[in-house]
Design a protein around this ligand. Structure first.
Ligand code: C5P
Length: 232
């Protein structure tokens, strides 16, 4: 499995997205499409980005009863994305159902990864509001192990958690990690951040990078810098 940089295309419309992607003439970056863009533009945006030759991580974080998730994953599978995800909190049964739905007739399927605990959830809120009486790290590891047991390929987590997840699951269990910033860049609203170079050292398989590339004066140069630090 190759390491790669995934650009978070957090744009509100297809126009904005294509204006951004048109900057890339020599390479076809792996892109992440999230809820905002998907809800605004629907499946057509996925098909068009795919037609342009990009790999796609469709970040819709499904969480519902197993039957609903299975059927929804079967629909997403037809879009021919390369990676998609769900919430591990939906339980092992839901994750197994998702895999069944996602698997095409010929046995192929996109990479399926689980969200453990959102990085916006603090340990205090998790304990007080969700009544989960464990540490956040134990919860992340347990949810990752559940995802592995269900047959999923990996998890989304902070790069700072990637080493722990690999130690507790396995080296080939994929970690997809947002929260990446250049050493000399703006942190913005992210709290637990690390550089592409450090994410590589810790063992992330894919880094998800949004604003450091999308808001850069020269997005192509910023993307190339990420690749140089993370992959080369
Ligand atoms: O702009 P930035 O690099 O912070 O973008 C990070 C992307 O990763 C955003 O699309 C954000 O929603 C997503 N993400 C995250 N933290 C998570 C899960 C997803 O930042 N735990």
């Amino acid at each position: 499995m190759g390491k790669d940089v995934i650009i978070a295309c957090d744009f509100a419309s297809a126009d904005e997205t294509f204006r951004f992607l048109d900057n890339f003439t020599d390479e076809k970056p792996f892109v992440k499409i999230g809820m905002e863009l998907y809800y605004a533009e629907g499946p057509a945006i996925v098909k068009e980005i795919k037609r342009r030759g990009h790999k796609i991580f469709l970040d819709l974080k499904l969480h519902d009863i197993p039957n609903t998730v299975k059927k929804s994953m079967a629909v997403l599978s037809k879009l021919d994305v390369d990676m998609t995800n769900l919430h591990a909190a939906g339980t092992i049964d839901m994750m197994k159902a998702a895999l069944e739905g996602l698997t095409r007739e010929d046995g192929t399927r996109p990479i399926l990864i689980a969200v453990t605990q959102l990085t916006s959830t603090s340990e205090q809120r998790m304990q007080n509001e969700l009544l989960i009486n464990a540490s956040i790290n134990d919860t992340i590891v347990k949810y990752a192990q559940n995802a592995k047991e269900a047959g999923l390929d990996g998890v989304v987590c902070s790069p700072l958690e990637a080493g722990m997840v690999k130690d507790e699951c396995s080296r080939d269990f994929i970690t997809v990690t947002p929260g990446v910033r250049f050493a000399d860049g703006d942190v913005g609203d992210q709290v637990r951040v690390t550089t592409p170079e450090k994410a590589k050292e810790i063992g992330s398989d894919y880094i998800v990078v949004g604003r450091p590339i999308t808001q850069a004066d020269d997005p192509v140069a910023a993307y190339r810098r990420c690749c140089a630090e993370f992959i080369d």
